[in-house]
Design a protein around this ligand. Structure first.
Ligand code: SF4
Length: 80
């Protein structure tokens, strides 16, 4: 599985299912964004403020496998 990117208004999130260790840090840390019952299961549109985007960055920082990465928008701008 190739790394896939999910677009959000403040930051994007990329995910590589081949390296995910299913530790569920993401699901426990921010269930509004990481919901395995939803499709797609990663929804960065739920992190729609700088505050929630920072929580998302922190949660992704705890991903033990490196499967998740934060992709900051190039110019720091928000996409509507
Ligand atoms: S925290 Fe990382 S390794 Fe754990 S389930 Fe989420 S993506 Fe996979």
């Amino acid at each position: 599985m190739a790394r896939k990117t999910y677009t959000g208004p403040v930051v994007d999130v990329s995910f590589d299912g081949d390296v995910c260790q299913h530790a569920a840090e993401c699901v426990r840390g921010m269930p509004t964004v990481f919901d395995t019952a939803a499709r797609p299961w990663i929804d960065p549109t739920r992190a729609d403020s700088e505050g929630t985007a920072q929580i998302l960055r922190d949660v992704i920082g705890r991903c033990p496998s490196g499967a998740l990465r934060v992709v900051d928008h190039p110019d720091g701008s928000w996409s509507a």
